[in-house]
Design a protein around this ligand. Sequence first.
Ligand code: PMP
Length: 306
Amino acid sequence: MTQFAFFKGQIVPIEDAKISIMTHAFNYGTGCFEGIRAYWNEDEEQLYIFKLVEHYERFLRSSRILLMNLPFSAERLAEITVELVRKEGYREDTYIRPLAYKSDELIGVRLHNLHDEVAIFATPFGRYIESEEGARAGVSSWRRIEDNSVPARSKITGAYINSALAKTEAALNGFDEAIVLTEDGHVSEGSAENLFIVRDRVLITPPVTDNILEGITRKVIIELARQELGLEVMERSIDRTELYVADEVFFCGTGVQVVAVAQIDHRTIGTGQIGPIVKALRDLYFQVVRGQASKYRAWCTPVYAV
Ligand code: PMP
């Protein structure tokens, strides 16, 4: 159960972290957010927050696109988060949700001359997609938001209507997840996760100029693939039908973690089972995030005193 939140500059009981229905961000989607995971390491009785400062650096970049000037550094936000999660006392995998939002209670769509607030809560969280070893995906009829209309590299709350439309269409059509194309028809990403394909042992993922969210997990996967598996990784545009002929396909993101895709638009990918490269990357990823790989321990922030 979630007991606390960081709200209006302090940690308060969650019941006291309330906003008015007149709040600007509630009316117009003028906020930005992050999704961060913390992993319970049973052997060490420790909770590790993964890539904490990097998430807050992206948070601050998102906020600047919304003309916010938040009075916190990424390091300070990381400290507040550790304090909040420690106070909750969680001994299980946890999801952390920071938000920055236009808090004024007034009518008028704009970004300037408004006040910004930061709020953070943390809540226990497990799987995001049930079939992690063989998800069924469908290419969405919805297109990914474009940088010159709604910037995709900023995690803007209002922008997630795009993800919600795609996800719900996919779910109602019997798929686990959506794959969304750019307006010019190239593969962008999943509804809330980045995408990789494997062709002839080369990992390929759309570039940051194809309207993706610049994923932290994506960057981690690229590094682990190169450093630990010695794989070649290419960032280039992907055609829709390359999805169908790929040897392996997977989603990655803080929420989904690493999920193998077994079918796309009713076509079987590879053997229809989780492939060797996705399996290796997935195993490695879970070791790293739980603080079990000493080489990458610096990516994990311990919550409790050691
Ligand atoms: N794309 C979108 C649209 C997302 O919401 C997310 C989740 N933050 C991702 C990709 C994956 O990003 P990350 O690995 O940083 O969680």
